[in-house]
Structures are given as C-alpha cells and as structure tokens.
Design a protein around this ligand. Structure first.
Ligand code: ARG
Length: 273
C-alpha cells in the first residue's frame, strides 16, 4: 500500500508568456528558426495557472516585460525560503534584467528580507528545497560560489550537484522534490556527474529514478504540493511510479514553452513561508 499523501496549500509566482518568443539560443532546446505560437503558449500557461488555483493554491502574477521573452520562466527569478528572498543573477546577458524585475516585485510586496546576490544563481532553476537541505546545481548556469552564498543566507546546508549534460542545464530539468518533509525526490541520474550521483544515492536512497525518455520530455520539470504532481503529460513513464508512491500525477501540456527549454517547474516559482 502506498503511504497516504497530503497536499499543503502553496503560493506560486508566475509570469504570463505574453511576449514569449525564441529570438536567441542559450540552451540546446532553443532554436530561433522554429516558430512559436504565442497564443497557444498563453493558453497552456493559463491552464497551468488555473490548475494550481483549482487545487487550492495561490498564484501571484508578475507583469511581463516585452523586452524579456524568457520571463515566463519565473522559477529563475529568485529563491524564497521561510519568507527570505535571495534574488537571482543571470549567467546570460539576455536575461540579466529579469533579476531586477523580481527584486522590485518582492520589495513592492513588503518582503522584509530581500537580498541581491553577489554570485551568479538562477533561482529555483538551480536551487531545490527540502526540509533538511538546499540542493544546488552547478556546471552550466549557477556559480559554485552562489552555493556558499545561499547557505549563509538561508542557514541550511547546501548540497552542490554537478550537472554534466547540456540538455539538463538547470537542476530543475533533472530533479524534482516530491515531498520536502520526507526528503523524497525524483531525478534523472545521467544528468549528474558520478560523484553527484553517489551523493544523491546516499542522501535519497529511495528516490524515484527517471528513465532517459521521460527526462527528455521534461518529466522532472515538475511541481509537487505533497500529493499532486504536475508534470508534462508526455512523460508517461513517470505516472505509474508516482501513483505507486501515493502521488497523484497531473499531466500538463506546455509544448510551446518547451521550445524555450522549460516546462511546468520553470514557469513556477514557489514562495515559501
Ligand atoms: N530559455 C530559458 C533559459 O535558457 C529557459 C529557462 C528554464 N527555466 C528553468 N527553471 N529551468 O534560461
């Protein structure tokens, strides 16, 4: 019998893809020659937003900027733990101004602790939070120095993980926290260096390990509320294993957003505490 799962109400920050397009390429999924259907992207995004709300979660919306086509990937703009906000600093010039938009939003909302970071970190793209740790990706975007900065700011041990496959350039493309308190995760082992794989096995011996096919459909780019797991519907191989653990997988179609190299999680920043 799978253990009973309980969802807890979440607060998410999202940014509509009103100006989403692929005009540059900073990851292997982005091909500026391939057309994007902006209207469809918006419909898919609204579907995700409405799904969160129908599950009882709160979604705040960040105003998109016509100059920043990747702003729809709101997860990258900051990391919030216990109400403390660590801003982002983007690796690529094309996205740099997004960091300021996020910082301004948090200040406008009256968050008391908002830190502009010194080192490059792409928010929840590379930081995943469990009750015990902050798991932190490096290798393509966030600087290893940002890991120390996050540890000092949040006062939680940061576990550095080396990403080695350019298709999985952010931690959230290869790993998802399913249950923070239980420290339950799913991940795609081949996205990580051998040493990091060993670290993951040691810390999370019961993790759900994804197959290559599901990883390549962005199946790890998922959001869990402790019970419901929203993930790309094409990652069919993950549904049964999630159900067997007592989770309720909810397949979403974010096909247009995949053209920018992101899916469910990339579009969703969690505002914790
Ligand atoms: N085009 C964006 C980039 O390459 C996609 C970001 C996806 N976001 C994420 N959290 N993985 O930066």
């Amino acid at each position: 019998m799978p253990r009973p799962r309980v969802s807890s109400p979440r607060h998410y920050l999202m940014c509509p893809p009103e100006y989403f397009k692929v005009t540059y390429s900073i990851n292997p999924w982005m091909n500026p020659a391939k057309p994007v259907d902006q209207r469809l992207a918006l419909v898919q995004w609204e579907d995700l937003r409405d799904r969160y709300r129908s599950l009882g979660h709160t979604v705040s919306v960040l105003e998109p900027d016509p100059e920043l086509p990747d702003m729809v990937y709101a997860a990258n703009g900051a990391t919030v733990v216990e109400g403390r906000v660590l801003g982002a600093r983007f690796a690529h010039e094309e996205r740099r101004a997004e960091a300021e938009a996020h910082l301004n939003w948090f200040r406008g909302q009256g968050y008391p602790e908002v830190r502009e970071p010194v080192h490059v970190n792409e928010g929840e793209g590379d930081f995943a939070v469990t009750s015990d740790y902050i798991l932190a990706g490096r290798g393509f975007r966030s600087s290893p120095l940002a890991h120390g900065e996050a540890q000092e700011f949040f006062g939680r041990p940061v576990i550095g993980l080396d990403l080695i496959d350019p298709r999985y350039y952010h931690l959230d493309t290869a790993l998802c926290v399913l249950d923070e308190a239980a420290g339950e995760i799913m991940y795609y082992p081949d996205a990580f260096s051998p040493g990091s794989r060993a670290v993951l096995t040691r810390l999370f011996p019961n993790a759900l390990r994804a197959e290559a096919a599901d990883a390549s459909r962005f199946g790890l780019n998922a959001v869990s509320d402790g019970h419901h797991v929203l993930l790309p519907q094409a990652a069919t191989g993950l549904f049964e294993p999630l159900r067997a653990r007592g989770f309720e997988p909810i397949g979403m179609d974010l096909g247009e957003l995949l053209k920018g190299g992101g899916s469910v999680k990339c579009c969703t920043q969690e505002l914790r505490g």
